[in-house]
Design a protein around this ligand. Structure first.
Ligand SMILES: [Zn+2]
Length: 194
């Protein structure tokens, strides 16, 4: 991976000696990410405030960052790394539950739109609505690690009530499913003894 191939993968625009692209670590509407190359090293900077570490983690999770990078860890790097790990550990469970609810919700919306497409008595879906939800579901499905947490936190900030409600709903559903499986296993075990 070179700065040039990274820029191409992110569909970045040439800007001076480097490139500008949408930042992959937050919901970016205007290109906030600067990419450049210095002494053979790729440098990235998000002007909207994502840390370099977060941006690199997201790029790495997408296979857009060199996996093995000969580097010396300074004490500050280690501290930053531990801070990031704690941050991820703190949010990854809720983020995973949120994604589960978001996928179920998106699936239901998509189903509704497809039904409306065939049933002429229902209002027709707007142009691009089905494509939008299909894309959105594929994006959520692929999110992982730092990128998943970043997406979840964006939604949490954008709509705290809906987002935490979705986490709760997914949690209740998970508990109900676990209990059902446990009850089923007890039933199966009972049947095996008889
Ligand atoms: Zn960013």
């Amino acid at each position: 991976m070179t700065a040039d191939s990274l820029a191409r993968a992110l569909e970045a625009r040439r800007c001076g000696a480097g490139w500008n692209s949408l930042c992959p670590a937050h919901k970016d509407k205007n290109p906030s990410l600067s990419i450049c190359e210095k002494n053979g090293k790729i440098l990235v900077h998000c002007h909207a405030g994502c840390s370099q570490h977060t941006v690199i983690e997201v790029l790495r999770s997408r296979g857009l960052w060199p996996q093995t990078e000969p580097r010396q860890w300074s004490p500050a790097d280690r501290r930053e790394w531990r801070r990031q790990q704690r941050y991820l550990a703190q949010h990854i469970r809720s983020a995973t539950l949120w994604r589960r609810a978001a996928l179920a919700l998106g699936d239901a919306i998509l189903d509704g739109l497809k039904v409306a497409l065939c049933d002429l008595s229902l209002p027709r879906p707007g142009v691009g609505e089905i494509a939008f939800w299909t894309d959105q579901l594929a994006t959520w499905d692929q999110l992982d690690g730092a990128a998943l947490v970043a997406e979840y936190l964006w939604w949490l900030k954008y709509d705290p009530r809906l987002t935490s409600g979705m986490v709760q709903a997914a949690e209740h559903r998970q508990t109900a499913e676990r209990r059902a499986v446990e009850a089923y296993l007890r039933l199966a075990a009972g049947a095996a003894i008889l």
